[in-house]
Design a protein around this ligand. Sequence first.
Ligand code: ZN
Ligand code: ZN
Length: 384
Amino acid sequence: MAESKDYYKILDVSKDATDDEIKRAYRKLAKKYHPDANPDNKQEAEAKFKEVNEAYSVLSDKTKRAQYDRFGSNFEQAGFGSGGGYGAYSGFGGFDFSGFNGGIDIDLDDILGSVFGGGFGSSHKKQGPTKGADLRYNMNITFEEAAFGVKKEINIARHEACDNCHGTGAKPGTQPVTCDKCGGKGKIQTTQNTIMGSFSTVKICDKCNGEGKIIATPCEKCYGKGTVKKTKKIMVDIPAGIDNGQAISYRGEGDIGKKGGPNGDLFVVVNVSKHKIFTRRGFDILCDISVPFTILTLGGTITVPSLEGDIQYSIPEGTQSGTVFRIKDKGIQNIHSRSKGNLEFTVNVDIPKRLNDKQKQLLKDFASIMGEEVNIKKKNIFGR
Ligand SMILES: [Zn+2]
Ligand SMILES: [Zn+2]
């Protein structure tokens, strides 16, 4: 790019050449150096071809040509990049140069592939086998169902092959016929006359979508699509230990593939509802339990809920509020192994709110033995 080039010399025209002369010179050289016309020295021809295109892209543009004439070797530094290199081709996007080649029939994909090293062709080719669409089904399950697993039948709506035409889209007894618009080629070539000469564009045939064949008598059940939407029952086996947001995949249970491609997959995503008592942490289940202060103080047996029924649990005397106890293997089945999580419960002191006089007196006596000053005096002072 930094190197200055004499575009007039490249096109072999004088500095005061008319637009017509430039165009004629360009067409002559583009034809001469076209890589496909030079199979023996392709690389050299390609370099020349690029150079010719670059020169033409500048000299054919009035503004660029004026800037080039004025700045000469500083043309590019002045910010009027010629769009050299491959950029020079971009103006031709979608054009076929076969018009220059005296009847050499070059496929657009081939020429772009050879000049640009691929990357342009795919959208021009007709579609091959394609995987069918994946489907997602959201399933609500309870906390317990997630913990222990559950089997549920669901109905999914998916595209399946039409059983009337067996997926061909043609009315039974008829066959698809050759497309009359493209003659079965699947693409249509049109020649356009432009300032740069006549170019051919190749487009996918819109009548047959590039298939080359059309369905003359469509199947009356699927209207020629070859697929119909059907409801399918699927038995979903939710494994024990699944967690909120996780999915079970069923390979091939999605929409039918196109042109022999594989079916899509079905993903059943579970939404686990909240539990009244428990929360979950991995495969452990957690809960809070209120325990009377007397049991915390003196120790005793408390009832702990679990997913498998109540458990009697002894807590030692002098248990502080907020202490966490763990019962092993009473959590949730680990979905990846045979082990189970634990049940963890936090004990919180349950302070009695309404005590009768006798209960209060006992506590006051207790406080006084402990040397604690409860609000006996205050009560007297304020006469509550
Ligand atoms: Zn059909
Ligand atoms: Zn067609």
